[in-house]
Design a protein around this ligand. Structure first.
Ligand code: ITT
Length: 211
């Protein structure tokens, strides 16, 4: 089954590829089809994941998978949340987003630095699919006072994990891809797709056509 992955984030794409390695799916990045970024106007991760999946599927006609994710910091009332990618402004780099986050937390008690990564994966079979499948994952940690580590992407260098005594960017990809918010959501997706009851034209888009 061929499916489009509605993400332009290279860090996410690498993680999807690795986590879904043994899944019987041909995953095509949205860049293969020149799919533009839709406006992420949702107020929740779930709404934005659906916006991205539907827009990609409408554009290329394939079933689509999308990931909307972000970091919720307790001392900042859940910010940056759905604004994680552009926390420091449109087009902000990971480094700028991290700098803004550390600035906001400066001087706060250590109890305010607890944080959770959230990930919602949406799967639609076509652009107007009114019965999408949704998968959720979260990962709890704390915001470190300084960045460290070079693996991963986004806020990984400041996402400290007490159980590993290091940041997510200091974990190798094998470990992150076994325990992260995205790994947890994709684990459910893998289980679901294994049992899914798709119509034959979704499983085989060439069904009934001459090859
Ligand atoms: P797409 O919409 O094209 O998938 P995006 O980066 O804009 O890419 P989101 O709107 O879902 O995606 O924003 C997610 C942001 O949350 C991401 O850019 C990171 O800043 C942060 N984030 C999510 N998962 C993360 C992870 O595993 N490690 C570090 N930061 C993460």
């Amino acid at each position: 089954m061929e499916i489009v992955l509605a993400s332009g984030n290279l860090g996410k794409l690498r993680e999807f590829e690795s986590i879904l390695d043994s899944c019987p799916l041909v995953i095509r990045p949205k860049s293969d089809f020149g799919i533009p970024d839709p406006e992420e106007t949702g107020r929740t991760f779930r709404e934005n994941a659906l916006i991205k999946a539907r827009a990609a599927s409408r554009h290329c006609g394939l079933p689509a998978l999308a990931d909307d994710s972000g970091l919720a910091v307790d001392g900042l009332d859940g910010a940056p949340g759905v604004h994680s990618a552009r926390y420091a402004g449109p087009g902000a780099s990971d480094r700028q987003n991290i700098a803004k986050l550390l600035g906001r937390l400066e001087g706060m008690q250590s109890g305010m630095r607890s944080a959770t990564f959230h990930c919602v994966i949406a799967m639609v079979q076509h652009g107007e699919d009114d019965c999408p499948a949704l998968f959720f994952g979260s990962w709890a940690g704390r915001i470190a006072t300084t960045p460290s580590g070079s693996h991963g992407f986004g806020y990984d260098p400041v996402f400290y994990l007490p159980e590993f005594d290091c940041t997510a960017a200091e974990l190798g990809p094998e470990v992150k891809n076994a325990v992260s918010h995205r790994a947890r959501a994709l684990e459910q997706f893998r289980e679901w797709i294994r049992k899914a009851d798709f119509p034959s034209d979704i499983l085989n888009p060439n069904n009934g056509e001459e090859s």
